[in-house]
Write a protein that binds this ligand. Structure first.
Ligand code: OFO
Length: 171
């Protein structure tokens, strides 16, 4: 049985993952409309991953006799100034998610809920991977700027990373 404090924190995390999924979906949609197919592909995939993170939490809460809550999300932003602004936003979002995961780990330690602590380790590792990936891409954009040629390069680069991720998943 989950204690109320940890159940509530995990449900807040579901809402966060769900919001991330919809924000990245809106970003992917915008990229597709702007002719940035590689960026769109990367963000559609990322949106799907966030949805899976949400599902994993739902299944966990229910499996330990808690009650997962399906959140309402309100994502209204539909366009971005450019790919750099968009990636800066993704990076900020990921940092917030990381902080939130670490906070829940701290709660699970405080409550001696070692099962939840163990479950959350996957998210700790995943966040590190995601932050590093986004920071890496963002560093490149910061370095080469937002001009048409760099945009072309970033679009290709994201397409490449996306395909590599797809191949890894299939292997
Ligand atoms: Fe759910 O991993 Fe990003 O936010």
């Amino acid at each position: 049985m989950l204690e109320a404090k940890i159940e509530s924190a995990l449900n807040d995390q579901i809402a966060m993952e769900c919001t991330a999924s919809f924000v990245y979906l809106a970003m992917a949609n915008w990229c597709e409309q702007e002719g940035l197919g590689g960026c769109a592909q990367f963000l559609y995939l990322h949106s799907e991953e966030e949805r899976n993170h949400m599902l994993k939490l739902i299944h966990y809460i229910n499996s330990v006799d808690g009650k997962a809550v399906i959140p309402k999300v309100n994502v209204t932003k539909t366009s971005w100034e450019g790919i750099r602004a968009l990636l800066e936003e993704v990076y900020e979002h990921e940092k917030k998610v990381t902080a939130s995961i670490h906070e829940i780990v701290a709660i699970s330690q405080e409550l001696k809920d070692f099962r939840t602590q163990n479950f959350l380790q996957w998210y700790v590792d995943e966040q590190l991977e995601e932050e590093t990936l986004v920071k890496d891409i963002l560093d490149t954009v910061r370095l080469i700027g937002n001009g048409p040629q760099s945009l072309y390069y970033i679009n290709k680069e994201l397409e490449k990373r996306c395909n590599a991720q797809g191949e890894e998943a299939e292997a």
